[in-house]
Design a binder for this molecule. Structure first.
Ligand SMILES: [Zn+2]
Length: 574
């Protein structure tokens, strides 16, 4: 619940966001291609440092070492039945072919085909997604070509490892050369394959190794909870000029920082602005490094992971989704509805875009915001990305000043609420509901082969306690004094730490999930297979025991969350 005065204040602050400033920052940053660790990126980081220091932020540029891969060259030549060069690009974490390239038979592999691809170079439709590249490599392909459904090929990074490899994941570092081409070239190759045997030569070159890359970090502290902060973050490195991806988002962070600095005395908790390197060329290695090396600080003090990516694209007038974890849906929806008039649906945050903080349990809000209307931008990774996403056409002429302004106003209002609300604007009612919904969905699939009711009941109990917590938060927000609010905030932050890892992550809190789609409640997913299994088999019994453990993992987290709320509310009464 917000007081009228607070809402008016928010609108005054939001009105200070300047479209001129946003366009100026975007053009400055998008002037050159920002590869992880290159000169242009260092220049942008210098721009950040100077501005943030001028506005009074505690600013530092931290140089870290990341495992980076930069594409240099991709080339494909048809050798027979005819001779022809086919234009293509290679990808971050493709291997470099030996001198003279790789010569092999070319085969078309339609989706779902069981074709033997061992030793062959494979043409596939779609984007060079890490999971696809890994799967085709596992089948023994010698090389991989992807046909993008677009006029320009899309830059990709093909490793399934999130951030830096560790001994357990290093075996997943890609081992095949990979390229992508546009639709026209791809259709030519597919037609050729349909006629008879085709031989090609594939050449790729990438630079892969450890490289110094910068993280740009700037802090402002709040007055009531000085250690607590919103982590407002987005990547700096780009493909080509990357005007929309991600110069507009970088500009949004600078402009909200300028406005926020003027009102620092009103902030109850602070903001940490961070620009990541290593996003596009290190598979989120910058944010992965930051999570690993700042785990304790983030666990204790970070209240929200507020991410920003690809704002202000021409034609991106659709605000029908809020990407977030469920505790932040109400906040995202209210702000977007207020500033756009559109009422967005909940979209559970996915495994992309520097979501390196699931293990810590940092509630996540936003990533993409304004989107291309549905049906446009065919062949992009996520529906709503613009047609020029990850291509050489992502240039300043693709930026819409008014959309960028609106997007930034949404971020400004969101930051303002997160930093000035007495009680953090998060509700765990939707989180409990989501657990119950997901568990019921799995129960339906498992049928009578496995019983998830104990966990579903725990989710229902959590839901009722979370509703009590929300009522207490509304009362504390309306009343004077900050002690009650701070006690509630402590509880709210801790709930994220307990529930997010249980709901999102397939690994323990100190590890990181792979860069492949991770389903909700990932470790409980195998219960769905149990319905079709022979219950007398060893296989069933072994899996059943495993699922008992995973049910306990979820149930225990739900019960811990319930008890934490009960204890916190009791302390407040006492
Ligand atoms: Zn991006």
């Amino acid at each position: 619940m917000m007081l009228v005065g607070e809402r008016e204040r928010e609108q005054q602050v939001v009105a200070e966001v300047s479209a001129d400033e946003l366009m100026k920052h975007t053009a400055t940053i998008a002037a050159e291609e920002r590869l992880s660790g290159n000169e242009a990126e260092a220049k942008a980081v210098g721009y950040f440092k100077q501005l943030m220091e001028d506005w009074g932020y505690d600013t530092k540029i931290q140089w870290i070492e990341n495992y980076i891969s930069l594409p240099i060259k991709g080339a494909l030549t048809v050798l027979s039945p005819e001779s022809r060069d086919v234009s293509c690009i290679t990808h971050s974490f493709s291997v470099t072919t030996p001198p003279g390239g790789l010569e092999a038979e070319l085969v078309y592999l339609p989706e779902g085909s069981n074709l033997d691809v061992r030793g062959r170079i494979v043409v596939q439709d779609g984007l060079a997604l890490p999971a696809t590249v890994y799967g085709t490599e596992q089948r023994g392909a010698a090389g991989q070509l992807f046909v993008n459904a677009s006029d320009l090929p899309r830059n990709m990074i093909v490793s399934t490892i999130w951030g830096q490899p560790v001994p357990e994941s290093a075996g997943r570092i890609p081992k095949t050369p990979v390229v992508s081409m546009n639709q026209e070239n791809g259709e030519y190759l597919k037609a050729l394959c349909a006629k008879g045997p085709v031989k090609v030569r594939l050449e790729t070159e990438t630079w892969t190794g450890f490289k110094k890359v910068p993280l740009a970090i700037a802090d402002v502290k709040g007055k009531v909870e000085p250690d607590k902060f919103v982590m407002f973050n987005g990547h700096l490195d780009s493909w080509h000029e990357g005007a929309s991806d991600n110069a507009t988002a970088n500009a949004c962070m600078l402009e909200t920082a300028r406005v926020l600095a003027k009102h620092r005395d009103e902030l109850k908790r602070g903001v940490r602005f961070i620009w990541w390197s290593g996003h596009s060329h290190g598979r989120y290695s910058g944010s992965n490094w930051y999570a690993d090396y700042n785990w304790e600080d983030l666990d204790r003090n970070a209240v929200v992971n507020l991410n920003v990516d690809s704002l202000g694209c021409v034609g991106a007038t659709d605000y029908s989704e809020v990407e977030c974890s469920a505790e932040l849906y109400d906040l995202g929806r209210e702000v977007i509805e207020k500033y756009t008039g559109q009422r967005p649906n909940y979209q559970r945050i996915g495994r992309s875009g520097d979501q390196s903080f699931w293990g810590i349990g940092l509630p996540a809000l936003y990533q993409l915001l304004s989107r291309a209307p549905k049906g446009e931008g065919a062949g992009v990774f996520i529906s709503g990305l613009s047609w020029f996403w990850h291509t050489a056409a992502d240039t300043m002429d693709k930026i819409d000043r008014d959309i960028l302004l609106k997007d930034t106003q949404i971020y400004m209002a969101t930051l303002w609420r997160l930093c000035t609300a007495p009680v953090l604007p998060m509700s765990y009612v939707p989180v409990a509901e989501e657990f119950a919904r997901l568990l019921s969905g799995l129960q339906e699939k498992a049928g009578d082969a496995f019983d998830l009711m104990p966990a579903i009941e725990s989710a229902e109990l959590l839901k009722s306690r979370a509703a009590e917590l929300r009522r207490a938060a509304e009362q504390a927000s309306a009343g004077p004094g900050s002690d009650r609010a701070m006690a509630l905030n402590e509880c709210i932050v801790k709930l994220g730490r307990i529930l997010m890892p249980a709901g999102y992550s397939a690994v323990d809190r100190f590890e990181t999930d792979l860069a492949i789609p991770i389903p909700p409640l990932p470790r409980l997913q195998p219960v769905a297979q149990m319905a079709g299994m022979d219950r007398e088999s060893n296989e069933y019994r072994f899996l059943e025991r495993k699922m008992v453990r995973e049910r306990t993992r979820v149930l225990h987290a739900l019960n811990e969350a319930t008890e934490l709320i009960e204890k916190s509310l009791k302390t407040l009464e006492g």
